[in-house]
Design a protein around this ligand. Structure first.
Ligand code: GTP
Ligand code: MG
Length: 393
C-alpha cells in the first residue's frame, strides 16, 4: 500500500475511514467501467467526502443542510462520477503520452514482431530477447522472462504469438510485484522523513516541489530541508518551491554542513507538529566515496532525534540515462539502503524499460514516475496502470 504522509487521525477520526480509499485511488480507468462511482484522483480525493459538488438548484424534497436524496442525489452522484472518470481518463492519456517512446520500443516492436507469425519458435524468442535488451529491461530480467516463456511454450500454456504479448506483460508485472513494499510510517507524534538522494540534475528538487503539492493535497503539513548546501542556487531553488507551495524551508548558508541543516529541520518539524519533512541533498557523484559518506552521516545524525528516520530514502534517477540509472541505484543502495525510487524524465526517452532492470536487480519499489516538468507530471507509480499505459496499443 502506498502512503507517505500521516493522515489526520487524531484530529478527525471519522476522516480516516473516509480517507482510506481516497488515499489509494486507482489513478487511471480500470479496464472495465466500475459499477460504483470510482474514487476521485489523488489530488482531489480528500475533498470529495467533505465538499460535494455544488447543487444545481434548491429542491423541494431536499431541505437545507440535509444530504440530497432521490433523483437529485443520483444526478449529483452521476455528474461527480462522470467528472472523476474524465479526470482519470485525462491522467491516463497523460501517462500514455509520457510513455510513448518507451512503448514504441517495448510494445509496438513486440507487437510487430508477432504479427503474421503462426507459431512461436526459437527465432521469435531470440528476437524478443533482443528487443527487451534494446528496451533497457536488462539482461538478468530478460533472461528470466525468455526462459519462463520458453518453458510455457513447451508446456503449451502459451501457444500463439499473440498470447506471447500477454505472457510478457505478466512477467513484467511479476518483476514489479517482487519489488513492492509499503512506505514506512513514523511513530505517533513524529514527522515522516523523506530523504531525497540522487546524482546531479536527475530531478530531486523538482520532484520535491511536485511531491510537496501532492502531500499537501492529501492533508499533510509539509516542511522542507535544504540539505543541498553545495551551491547557493540549490538553496534558492528549494526556497522557490517552498514559496510556491507555501511551506517552510529550513536552510542555512551555502557551504553549511548538510547533516546539521537536516538535523535542525527535523527538530523544528518535530517540535512544530509537521506531518512530513522532505530533505533535499546535493547531487552526489556516485563515484566519489566521500559524498556517500556524507549521506551516511546525514542518516546517523537524524537518527539522534528519531531512530526510525529516515522513513523513506528515495533515490531519484533520470530515465534518459538508461543503464547508468541502474548503476547509480546499486551504488546508492550500498551507501544508504534505498526504500523507494522515483524515475524522472520518462517523457523524453525510450529507455523506460530501465525501470524493470532496477526492480529486478534491487527489489526496491518505485514510488513515483516523472513524465514532464509540470506539477501534475509526477505520478504515483502503480504497476498495473503503468503496464496498461505501456502495453496497450
Ligand atoms: N522532462 C522532464 N524534465 C524533468 C523531470 N523532472 C525534472 N526535470 C527537469 O530536470 C532538470 C533538473 O532538475 P532538478 O530538480 O534541478 O535536479 P536535481 O536532481 O535537484 O539537480 P541538482 O540539484 O543539481 O543535484 C530541471 O530542468 C527539471 O525541470 C521530468 O519528469 N521530465
Ligand atoms: Mg537539486
Amino acid at each position: 500500500m502506498f502512503g507517505f504522509g500521516k493522515k489526520k487521525r487524531k484530529v478527525e477520526p471519522e476522516v480516516d475511514a473516509a480517507d482510506a480509499p481516497a488515499a489509494l485511488p486507482p489513478q487511471e480507468p480500470a479496464p472495465a467501467p466500475p459499477a460504483p462511482p470510482a474514487p476521485a484522483p489523488k489530488a482531489k480525493a480528500p475533498k470529495a467526502p467533505k465538499a460535494p459538488p455544488p447543487r444545481p438548484a434548491p429542491s423541494a424534497d431536499t431541505p437545507a443542510g440535509e444530504p440530497p436524496s432521490g433523483r437529485l442525489a443520483q444526478a449529483i452522484a452521476e455528474r461527480a462520477a462522470g467528472e472523476q472518470m474524465e479526470a482519470r481518463r485525462g491522467l491516463f492519456a497523460g501517462l500514455r503520452n509520457g510513455l510513448a517512446r518507451t512503448r514504441e520500443v517495448l510494445n509496438a516492436d513486440i507487437a510487430e514482431l508477432v504479427t503474421g507469425r503462426k507459431e512461436i519458435d526459437e527465432d521469435l524468442l531470440e528476437e524478443l530477447e533482443m528487443l527487451l535488451v534494446a528496451g533497457d529491461v536488462g539482461v538478468p530480467a530478460t533472461t528470466r522472462i525468455i526462459e519462463d516463456l520458453a518453458y510455457r511454450v513447451k508446456l503449451r500454456e502459451v501457444s500463439d504469438p499473440k498470447g506471447l504479448l500477454e505472457a510478457v506483460r505478466k512477467q513484467l508485472a511479476e518483476i514489479l510485484r517482487n519489488a513492492d513494499a509499503p512506505v514506512r510510517q513514523p511513530a505517533p507524534g513524529r514527522p515522516q522523513v523523506i530523504l531525497m538522494v540522487g546524482v546531479n540534475g536527475v530531478g530531486k528538487t523538482t520532484t520535491i516541489g511536485k511531491l510537496t503539492k501532492q502531500l499537501q493535497a492529501e492533508g499533510n503539513k509539509v516542511m522542507l530541508a535544504a540539505g543541498d548546501t553545495f551551491r547557493a542556487a540549490a538553496v534558492e531553488q528549494l526556497q522557490a518551491w517552498g514559496e510556491r507551495n507555501d511551506v517552510p524551508v529550513i536552510a542555512q548558508h551555502a557551504g553549511a554542513d548538510p547533516a546539521s541543516v537536516i538535523y535542525d529541520a527535523l527538530q523544528a518539524a518535530t517540535a512544530r507538529g509537521f506531518d512530513v519533512l522532505i530533505a533535499d541533498t546535493a547531487g552526489r557523484l556516485h563515484t566519489k566515496i566521500n559524498l556517500m559518506e556524507e549521506l551516511k552521516k546525514i542518516v546517523r545524525v537524524m537518527q539522534k532525534i528519531d531512530p526510525d528516520a529516515p522513513h523513506e530514502v528515495m533515490l531519484v534517477v533520470d530515465a534518459t540515462t538508461g543503464q547508468n540509472a541502474l548503476h547509480q541505484a546499486v551504488q546508492f543502495n550500498e551507501a544508504v539502503p534505498l526504500t523507494g525510487i522515483t524515475l524522472t524524465k520518462l517523457d523524453g526517452t525510450a529507455k523506460g524499460g530501465i525501470l524493470f532492470a532496477i526492480a529486478e536487480r534491487l527489489q526496491v519499489p518505485f514510488r513515483f514516475i516523472g513524465v514532464g516538468e509540470k506539477i501534475e507530471d509526477l505520478r504515483h507509480f502503480e504497476a498495473d496502470v503503468f503496464l496498461d499505459a505501456l502495453m496497450s496499443s
